[in-house]
Design a protein. Structure first.
Lengths: 485, 94
């Protein structure tokens, strides 16, 4: 096994035993990048020099026994989290030259924990997309089939982990942007509870839905990452002052007697039969682990997508008003006056999907339409949250497919926004309700495409997700496969 | 239904320019999306309190004391046209 193929906890063992060094690990990762990056395109920007000097520093720490939770571990960062002195583009032309003067809180935390940053991962422009095709920097390809999309919007963060171009990575999830690409690329992805991880330094898309979370090669690594990421941040007014447990204690714990809710609305016609079959097998594994499945109903499920496609664009249209060519980013060179400068800058700087969402959001918030759209959506959102509150009276955790289908072909849905939106059908509800969700690999289709199973729990119950995901992972006995690149 | 004129007006509100070909495409795509969204009207939401945040957080206050800020130089470092202590923009008044 190459070092780049190992997990965080495996590498930590090797580091502690003196079997490897941070420099060797980061060199192994960059040698892998040299072989596969041209075909996969996980990254917008590599940070090789910084990574090598961070690894050197990590080796000095290791020498004096100062080993922290992520010492010497190479990570990728979605290019939506601000990195001081390193361009942060959000996948957009309008921010192609933006160099943040500060680090996001998560970047500070990861660096303080000893992590080594490999690069900034590719993403759909402003995280608006489900396929990483809307990036201004070109598409990212699925390592399991280069003709297919990796999912999105955190596509590069998912492929970098799946293709061993890093050990773990950071993504953000507004409607499924961590869990959906995790499922389609065969890795673990967790969206924490809204407020669990600080959004300070995360470029805003839809502020009431956005949340940062990890991509990892297994569930134990997910727990290790969450131990570093979670916690209150005085710089972020929606981050919550709730106690953060040691997530690693949930790894390997028994789930006997747990009630697992199976929502009938998530097992509908239209799901790919191979996805349905894999998820059914996952249910059987959970029952073998001592979980007891109960039928539940989330009656407002069919309205989630409609609610999301009002709330997210409305918040986005407001958040993206700041890109006006004045303070940072692109400015057009051909403006007659100030208004013309705003319009031309934004027209040249944003791609079509971003424009479409700004337009929907502006329309929904415009005079005379607010009650019909935004207010109505916010009311239905309350009903959706209530559905989950009722469901969690009957079960500990909810189990669903992560996505309705495996990865689709590049270009297949670019001209049909609604079809594209449907791939987030099963992930959006938890953003609306603010609850945490994890996607764990649960097998492959006959064509060799990964499938994911999703677990959802109540607010601040990430520990339960790690417990059931780890029990599943241990008992599923899935064949170890790696993409052939 | 949203008309082509409304699409033009919304684009203006959003400070975007769209050409004729795009106007047609956007009008039809936005109509598809709005038609889908109409689904929400199947539900009676009379008396349901609109939800604005997933977690019950009210205003987060901190003590009113001076903390470090970015400073002029760093604030202007990314400006497309920064002069001295100012962001320069094209003329506003004729």
């Amino acid at each position: 096994m190459e070092l780049n193929q190992l997990t965080i906890h495996e590498l930590q063992e090797k580091i502690k035993n003196g079997q490897t060094s941070a420099t060797q690990i980061v060199e192994s990762v960059f040698s892998r990048i040299g072989v596969v990056e041209e075909r996969v395109h996980s990254y917008i920007r590599l940070m090789k020099d910084q990574a090598l000097s961070a690894a050197k520093k990590a080796d000095e720490d290791i020498k004096i026994g100062a080993i922290k939770p992520l010492t010497g571990i190479p990570l990728a960062l979605k290019d939506i989290v601000c990195t001081k002195g390193i361009p942060t583009t959000c996948g957009s032309h309008i921010l192609h030259n933006f160099v943040p003067p500060y680090d996001a809180t998560v970047v500070e935390k990861l660096r303080d924990a000893g992590a080594v940053f490999v690069g900034k991962a590719n993403m759909d422009e402003f995280a608006m997309g489900s396929s990483t095709e809307t990036s201004w920097f070109g598409v990212t390809r699925n390592p399991w089939d280069l003709e297919r999309i990796p999912g999105g919007s955190s596509g590069g963060s998912a492929t970098a982990v799946a293709a061993d171009e890093c050990i773990a990575s950071i993504g953000s999830d507004t409607g499924g942007s961590i869990r959906q690409p995790a499922a389609l690329c065969g890795v673990v992805g967790l969206k924490p509870t809204y407020g669990r991880v600080s959004r300070f330094g995360l470029i805003a898309f839809a502020s009431s839905l956005d949340q940062i979370g990890p991509f990892t090669k297994d569930v134990e690594d997910c727990a290790i990452m969450m131990n570093v990421l979670a916690g209150y941040d005085p710089r972020e007014s929606t981050s919550v002052q709730a106690e953060v447990p040691d997530y690693r204690q949930f790894v390997g714990k028994d789930i006997t007697g747990w009630k697992i809710g199976i929502p009938k609305e998530y097992f509908i016609e239209g799901i790919d039969p191979e996805v349905a079959a894999s998820v059914k097998k996952a249910i059987a594994v959970i029952e073998k682990c001592g979980g007891q499945c109960v039928d539940i109903s989330l009656p407002h499920t069919e309205y989630c997508l409609a609610v999301y496609y009002i709330i997210a664009p409305a918040e986005a249209s407001s958040n993206l008003a700041r890109y006006d060519g004045v303070k940072y980013g692109l400015r057009t060179s051909e403006a007659r006056d100030l208004l013309d400068m705003y319009k031309k800058t934004r027209t040249q700087g944003f791609g079509n999907e971003v424009k479409r969402r700004i337009m929907i959001g502006t329309y929904a918030l415009s005079s005379g339409y607010y009650d019909a759209y935004y207010k109505k959506a916010s009311q239905v959102r309350a009903l959706i949250k209530q559905d989950f509150a009722e469901a969690f009276k009957k079960c500990d955790v909810i189990l669903t497919p992560t996505t309705p289908t495996p990865a689709f072909k590049i270009g297949e849905k670019m001209d049909n926004p609604l079809q594209m939106y449907l791939s987030d059908l099963f992930t959006i509800s938890s953003n609306l309700a603010g609850i945490p969700g994890i996607s764990v690999p649960c097998g492959f289709t006959a064509a060799g495409l990964p499938v994911g199973v999703q677990f959802l729990a109540g607010h601040f119950e990430e520990g339960k997700l790690i417990q059931i995901a780890s029990a599943y992972e241990k008992n599923a006995n899935l064949a170890k496969r790696r993409p052939q690149l | 239904m949203i008309s082509k004129q409304e699409v033009e007006y919304v684009a203006h509100l959003a400070r975007l320019e769209i050409d004729d070909a795009q106007k047609d495409k956007f009008t039809s795509q936005l109509n598809d999306i709005l038609l889908y969204i109409d689904k929400l009207n199947e539900l009676d939401t009379t008396g349901v309190e609109p939800m604005s945040h997933a977690i019950a957080v009210t205003n987060a206050f901190r003590e009113d004391r001076i903390m470090d800020s970015l400073g002029t130089e760093k604030s202007l470092a990314n400006a497309p046209d920064g002069r001295g202590e100012f962001f320069r923009v094209p003329k506003v008044i004729e």
